[in-house]
Design a protein around this ligand. Structure first.
Ligand code: MG
Length: 457
């Protein structure tokens, strides 16, 4: 039997094992008890065939605790999140296990203002759940459930509004290849692209409930679109994960460099127009926020524009809260998660697509030429099994051996040197340690990897 994983970004598990109607409705009742005021909640999710069961149980729990529920059907995570903010709702729930395989499903909770629950909010939610003191309402206090899939259009309109060079994009008639993994992005993304006068060739844009490949948007899982793009000329290829918060980008030659380049492209464009945009200057500071695991490429690009760079612990809510606090103009996570406050306080693949097309139209350059100028590093993301080992001892030893670097301890440990850095974090749910390492050359990367591996034997 698998375990139910409850973390800061919600709960996830295998359907029928740990994700059952009882579990889901209890979490929804806890959430319905936690939120206050008008208790209007928007709910949406991806295309997994288990989605209807999970959503029905969640809706049931919400209605029982006096919530009014707006169901928008199949929709990306950022669309649900956007609507919480736009319609000034008290909460949102997304039903999607994101990049996890199809037998999984999950709930993510959003609060007023359109951000994920933070650590403090989560502690409160879990207290309510454990006490089972749910604010169940009397039969005559029930509110309505409505189905309003048309609200997704508001998200498209907001992305269009955020674009600087909309006419230039329309004139360019970009040819775009799209892989939405037959999931949340399948309906909405072609609509956005067609509104921008793009010619869209969808590879997996049929939301039939089955994923054609593992939905994690990394090199391993992108073989199909690479083949697809080899038969025809495109200006760009876009790949979304199953809940369409993350975005991977292929260039005009169908090359996929790394998911780290999505945020790099977004930061590059927004900072290149920042000084000329009175609107952006009025609302935001010339700074960016990325997490501690994000590529140094992004930092180098930002510094090239004299922008301040803030780094936060890994996790969307950490980046989002820092963006709000510092009034930074753009940010995100290296795994393909662009966060553009003009549209959303969460990772938004549609906002990311808008920015990248904006960049292409504005620069009149090919994506491969723009990417060719970006600072290049070699990166490796890996994990070590630490069963029987003491991670604290390993961390102490690393601190001693790599003590001449700059050390950041906000989230595990990050060691920074001139020509390489690495970030190492303990998992809260499995006996593993995750390592991200980036170096100026492949040679140095391999050498450092061999050195670090020894600590985990
Ligand atoms: Mg996702």
């Amino acid at each position: 039997m698998s375990t139910l994983i409850a973390s800061i970004s919600g709960i996830r598990g295998i359907v029928g094992e740990t994700i059952t109607p009882e579990v889901v409705s209890k979490f929804a009742m806890a959430f319905g008890t936690y939120i206050k005021g008008g208790k209007r909640v928007v709910i949406g999710g991806d295309t997994r065939i288990t989605g209807d069961m999970v959503k029905s149980a969640a809706i049931s729990g919400l209605l029982a605790t006096g919530c009014e529920v707006i169901d928008i059907g199949i929709a990306p995570t950022p669309t649900v999140q956007f609507l919480v903010r736009k319609l000034n709702l008290e909460g949102g729930i997304v039903i999607s296990a994101s990049h996890n395989p199809i037998q999984w499903n999950a709930l993510k909770f959003y609060k007023k203002g359109g951000t994920l629950l933070n650590k403090k909010d989560n502690v409160k939610l879990m207290e309510i759940l454990k006490s089972e003191k749910f604010a169940i309402v009397k039969w005559n206090k029930y509110k309505k459930l409505t189905h309003q899939p048309e609200l997704t259009e508001l998200h498209i309109r907001e992305v269009l509004k955020s674009i600087q060079n909309i006419n230039k994009i329309k004139e360019a008639k970009f040819k775009i290849a799209l892989d939405s993994c037959n999931a949340s992005g399948s309906y909405i993304t072609p609509r956005l692209l067609e509104d921008l006068n793009c010619k869209v060739n969808g590879l997996y844009t049929k939301p039939d409930g089955y994923f054609p490949h593992n939905p994690e948007p990394n090199k391993k899982n992108l073989k199909d679109i690479v083949n697809f793009m080899s038969s025809k000329k495109y200006d760009a290829g876009f790949v979304q994960d199953s809940d369409a918060d993350r975005l991977a980008v292929l260039d005009n030659n169908g090359n996929f460099l790394s998911e780290e380049y999505t945020v790099a492209l977004a930061v590059h464009f927004i900072l290149s127009i920042y000084d000329k945009s009175a609107e952006l200057k009025k609302r935001y500071n010339k700074s960016i926020v990325i997490n501690l695991s994000t590529s140094r490429t992004v930092e180098d690009i930002a510094k090239g524009f004299n922008a301040k760079v803030y780094r936060t612990p890994v996790g969307e809510i950490n980046v989002a809260e820092k963006l709000i606090k510092t009034r930074s103009v753009i940010g995100g996570e290296g795994n393909g998660g662009v966060i553009y406050p003009e549209v959303n306080f969460g990772r938004d693949s549609l906002a990311g697509i808008g920015i990248i097309l904006d960049l292409l139209a504005y620069s009149k350059e090919k994506l491969s030429d723009i990417l060719g100028r970006f600072p290049k590093y070699s990166m490796m993301k890996t994990k070590f099994n630490i069963e029987g080992l003491s991670p604290d001892k390993i961390f102490k030893l690393l601190e001693k051996d790599f003590g001449d670097g700059k050390i950041n301890k906000e989230d595990g440990m990050r060691f920074d040197f001139d020509d390489y850095w690495f970030h190492i974090r303990k998992s809260n749910t499995e006996p593993i340690v995750r390592l991200i390492i980036e170096a100026k050359s492949k040679n140095l990367l391999d050498r450092m990897m061999r050195r670090l591996e020894r600590y985990f034997k």
